[in-house]
Design a protein around this ligand. Sequence first.
Ligand code: LLP
Length: 435
Amino acid sequence: MIIDHHPFQVNDHGHLEIGGMDTIALAEKYGTPLYVYDVGMIRANCRAFVNSFKDLGVTAKVAYASKAFSTVAMLQVMKQEGMCLDVVSEGELYTALQAGFPTENIHMHGNNKNEAELSMAIKHNIGCIVVDNFYEIALIENILEKTNKTMDVLIRVTPGIESNTHQYIMTGNEDSKFGFNLQNGQAEEAFQLLHNHSHIRFKGLHCHIGSQIFEADRFLAATDVLFNEISKWKTLYGYTPEVLNLGGGFGIRYTEKDDPLPYHIYVEELVSQVKQHAEVLHMAVPEIWIEPGRAIVGNAGITLYTIGAMKQIPGIRQYVSVDGGLTDNLRPALYGAEYDAVIANKAKETTTNDVSIAGKCCESGDMLIWDLAVPTVEHGDILAVFSTGAYGYSMASHYNRLPNAAVVFVEEGIDKLVVRRETYQDLVKNDLSYE
Ligand code: LLP
């Protein structure tokens, strides 16, 4: 039996499976809350993007946006898949180095990169820095001159495209903290500073219009805006970019309301749009880079929780509490994000009533799911929440001094602990005494 709307099976015991493994056995072995990833699905997501470009015969780079989920094991899988990597901090870069990720395939982002981050990136000869602002240009120039090194850069521009997504994950609109504005000439000013530079190889343009976007036409509209600028720069400066990085943001299914496009459709549409523009401008088709994060890991991860307290308020609702919450999945509290879940040990049973899934943190807003259809729920049942692979572990906190959950990878019938569960000693390891 296959779970509705999610790529998971139920076994003969009526237990939810992930990557061929019984989730109840995993919960018993590793405890809960537990993030579990189907590595085969992560690999399939990478290949869907990479092979779509290959099939179209265009030169491309698919960089995994590691902010979605960055651990040594995850980045080792990305290395095995031949992906490039997008990092936005020293910490993400450090994790990539620990994973033995080839530095020439790493790109660095960030709207406030500091000297230490840029120096680390330059020291390790990463593949490219995506420059965000004028302050950063000055910092990079200074470091490159001091170290007598060179660096490939793209500039990030805001194309003025509003995407149909939550305000907090919209980034392509003009009023944004990210990137150089195209409309007011700041992008062109940055171009003038960077192009023909003795230490900087200016490779092209980057934009990221936002996250959890379902409409290919938003990406196409951004491409149009970029080519509008390229056309101008070609006429004025005889410049044509080698690289066009169209960012990430490809949407995934959290609940049945979400209807994502197959990844190859995004790629086909983007490639066709870029080719058409290049033809009109009589220029070579630039390399196309993209940076999916959520689309690589989101649907490959689930979170297992143990059900504890329940509170029935007659005529109002039943609250069912789990042993995690906003500490392991901030998205419902931060964005009002909706999730789907099943009682993993009763995955074949008919649902009989609606309950609301509460986290254990001292916040009324710590609600993981409102109105989830479930069979009869009992204390000790295991809840599996789907599509928690992106921005769950990576946005985890220690609120209420809850230790971070463990992460397990499953692949070809083998389970492997890849992040151990935090201990109470871990929680106080940086605390110093005041006695
Ligand atoms: N490239 C850039 C420059 C980005 O800023 C991001 C995400 C990505 C790529 C990857 O986007 P994705 O393919 O994962 O949508 N915490 C939010 C998402 C914030 C995304 C920030 N930037 C969430 O949980 O929905």
